[in-house]
Design a protein around this ligand. Sequence first.
Ligand SMILES: [Zn+2]
Length: 501
Amino acid sequence: MLGFPKPYPEELLYSTVARAGVHDGETSPKQLLDQVFLNRKVIATVDLPSHVQSIAQQYPENGEPSTASLIDQHTLLPIYAPFMPAERVLKLREWMTGSSYGAVHLASGIAASRVKAKNNLYVCKQCLLEQQSIYGEGFLHRLWQVPLVKVCPIHGALSRTNIELDSEHRHTFFPIDSVERINDVLIDNQDQVFAKQSANLLNNYCEGISYSQWTLFYKRFAANQNYLNGSRIDHAQIRETVVKFWGKKWLEGVGLHPVDAETSWLKSIFRKHRKSFSFAEHIVAITALSEGQVNIAYAIQEAASLKVHLDSASTRMPQTDVIFESPTSPDQLQWLALLSECSPKLARNGNKALYARLYRNHHDWLMAIDLAFHTESSVVNNRVDWPQRDRQCARELKHIIESLADYLDAPHLSRTFLIHQLNQRATIEKNLSRLPRCEFLLSKYSESTTEYQARRLVRAYLVMKEKQKEIKRWSLIREAGLSDERMTNLVSELLTEILRD
Ligand SMILES: [Zn+2]
């Protein structure tokens, strides 16, 4: 399409495409899809659109803006990327570049998340007036569409519009002039705080933070904000602060009121991370504990800068992530050197003065380190060099995982399946507690039932499409070897989405 408009600062790509249609005088949605994407099946997606490359190709002169910068600056990826494992972000970016068959939403965890995407388009009427006077036309600002955001930080309450995003008009990019405002959203003071933190997220793209880094970040954060009870996290106190800061009503309104149970998201976020938490959960926890003082973008940079050593004792035991300070004093270094040779008990008996100094000055650190080394020396069978065995098996495991990663036909990559591909599977299975690297790889890469079923569904879809078979619900299920009874909820959502495309 000639003269395709460039996106304005913070404009959603959805809005840029809609403007392109207006500039070109293109009134038929299908024609617009043909012109921009050469594909009439493209869905007008607001948050994490696919086919971004087709948009980048509209700017042939100097290749700017690039696909990557369009994704970073004109989609909602920045609110998800800092909280997902690096390889998942990479996959998402690939899918957003090309086509995704609904996989983007599944992989980003939006479908599974407590925090749902908005069902309607939202606008700030004051911003629209200002855009009109500056640019001569209005456009959709990214922040308006961020889940749970109800206000424009400058002007106040957003307005809900008549444009439903999951409706039969899924292939239409609605121009801003065709949008009707239905009502202003009801807001509280907390909504201002939440919207500002969300804006901070959008403006500071970051990715590649591991679960271990987030785990360590929250342990340190709790310590720095004085939420420790001895060397333990004071979950009760944290919950009290969060509820007091945000208010029960507001938290319930956004679906994040932390229950007083082991399964509460708030407890989990201060424990070892095994899954991604949503941007909203991070904002709620970090803002409340710092009494609004810590910018979420700063917290993310902090987490990204943390060094987590896979080869230190700390990964052997989750609780040794509680090393709040890096060992920099001569006493600490001397203690570590001693522990590499003997048990904490022997080290203590032989160096009472050193132990006493550490006890006084670095208590939490000392407890965590001793616990790690103590457990290891008392449990481990010394005839086997477990760290070495661990490294060797982890290499083997990594190789297996890599060779299967892009293989759509692979069997269910469950923990058991992966272990059984290893040469010494029986030993490994029985001694996983001594093999932290292997354990880490297994928990990171083994596939859940949902992930496996989703993969089969996508594979079946691609096969049928390639053979140009007519895709019906029953035929797709049969090709994928699934059944309604066994299908998980998420997969049946994905199925509905695929069929709608
Ligand atoms: Zn505004």
